[in-house]
Design a protein around this ligand. Structure first.
Ligand SMILES: Cc1c2[nH]c(c1CCC(=O)O)Cc1[nH]c(c(CCC(=O)O)c1C)Cc1[nH]c(c(CCC(=O)O)c1C)Cc1[nH]c(c(C)c1CCC(=O)O)C2
Length: 355
């Protein structure tokens, strides 16, 4: 039996009946919350925030103190894994993530090794344990990792990119080198997620933010294949509870049937997909998570309520839907609009779950 006071999110992921549609938001702890900005200032910078289990716990709980969200997500970043591999992650003010030592030479690729999560990523694992204690069974905790391919994008490019030209150059000129990186990443991600699960993560999400930048054949060979490998290595049960796995490939809406084959329990969808047809395509095989356009939150309260209702209606009756944004929340979002969205999901979804 579950010790959780609210396990609606976990039940929805497993397509079991719920009373309403659960909701959480990608990047729910972040700069749109003044209290996050205050804690980040106190920490000095973003990495110090991630590396302090006390502060990571504090910011994980901030959105839950404001909104009745149905899940907490570990506060960390996907790029902690390549940092633990020795690439030297830093955040230049206002410029996003960068690596001091991106993978530029073949010997650097050949030297890559799988970091022991209990050593180099201990601060994340400690944060997971501490967050579980602080949550006190109120809602489940989501652990996460980047996908092997999305991590490789930053490791090769050294920063974000609009076209990932260094990654694609390697893909089409030295595919065996990219496969080697992806193989190491898949083992690293599996070990990292398993350590989070053992420390108390009750569901995990694999963020494949850049898989959608690939061609359809390349997506299967260089992104999906390695997520499948990760999933096959995961502990899917802990403390007698199933640990559902969510795969979120941004831009992956055309490939849902293939993503089902990864063995995931749920697929995260961006806002380009119509939930009704997505549901018809995946049938009863997986749950769906998403997918309102995060920019909707820039609209008026009336528009936010209307669009939220439209997304709920698109999924329709029955379980298997977790409401979320189609991507991370913008730093310019008004927190009052988030409150309205969460309230609307909880109130208006009940009609779709009537027994
Ligand atoms: C690609 C990616 C990254 N990080 C992440 C992804 C995958 C999801 C996605 O596609 O957005 C994942 C991530 N990053 C962060 C979380 C925290 C958990 C949550 O609340 O969802 C999660 C799940 C915190 C963060 N990660 C980052 C911030 C902003 C940092 C700050 O406070 O300055 C937060 C709250 C920094 C970060 N980290 C990354 C980028 C591109 C940036 C800069 C983006 C920006 O400036 O908005 C890499």
């Amino acid at each position: 039996m579950s010790q959780l006071k609210n396990d609606t999110f976990l039940r929805a992921l497993l397509r079991q009946p719920t009373e309403y549609t659960p909701v959480w938001l990608m990047r729910q702890a972040g700069r749109y919350l003044p209290e996050y900005c205050e804690t980040r200032k106190r920490a000095g910078n973003f990495m110090k925030l991630c590396m302090s289990p006390d502060l990571a716990t504090e910011v994980t709980l901030q959105p839950l103190a404001r909104f009745p969200l149905d899940a907490a997500i570990l506060f960390s970043d996907i790029l902690t894994v390549p940092d633990a591999m020795g690439l030297g992650l830093y955040f230049a003010e206002g410029e996003g993530p960068r690596f001091e030592r991106p993978l530029r030479d073949e010997w650097e690729v050949r030297n890559l090794s799988v970091p022991d999560p209990m050593d180099k990523l201990r601060y994340v694992i400690d944060a997971v344990r501490q967050i579980r204690v602080a949550l006190d069974g109120s809602v489940p905790l989501i652990g996460f990792s980047g996908s092997p391919f999305t991590l490789a994008c930053y490791m090769i490019e050294g920063s974000g990119s609009s076209d990932w030209s260094k990654v694609k150059t390697m893909l089409y000129s030295r595919p065996e080198l990219l496969h080697h990186i992806l193989d190491v990443n898949a083992q690293a991600v599996a070990a990292y997620l398993n350590a989070q699960i053992e420390a108390g993560a009750q569901a995990v999400q694999i963020f494949d933010s850049w898989g959608g930048a690939l061609g359809h054949r390349a997506y299967r060979e260089f992104s999906l294949h390695y997520m499948k490998q990760v999933i096959s290595l995961l502990k899917r049960e802990h403390d007698g509870q199933k640990v559902p796995v969510i795969v979120f490939t941004k831009g992956g809406g055309l490939w849902l049937e293939a993503i089902v084959e990864s063995g995931c329990d749920a697929i995260g969808l961006d806002w380009t997909v119509d939930l009704a047809s997505a549901r018809a395509r995946v049938g009863h095989q997986v749950a769906l998570q998403g997918n309102i356009d995060p920019s909707t939150l820039f609209g008026s309260p009336a528009v936010i309520a209307q669009e939220t209702c439209a997304v709920l209606a698109e999924y329709g009756h029955g379980s298997g839907h977790v409401f979320n944004l189609g991507h991370g929340i913008s730093q310019y979002t008004n927190p009052e609009h988030v409150a309205l969205l969460v309230e609307t999901v909880h109130r208006e979804s009940r009609q779709y779950h009537a027994q």
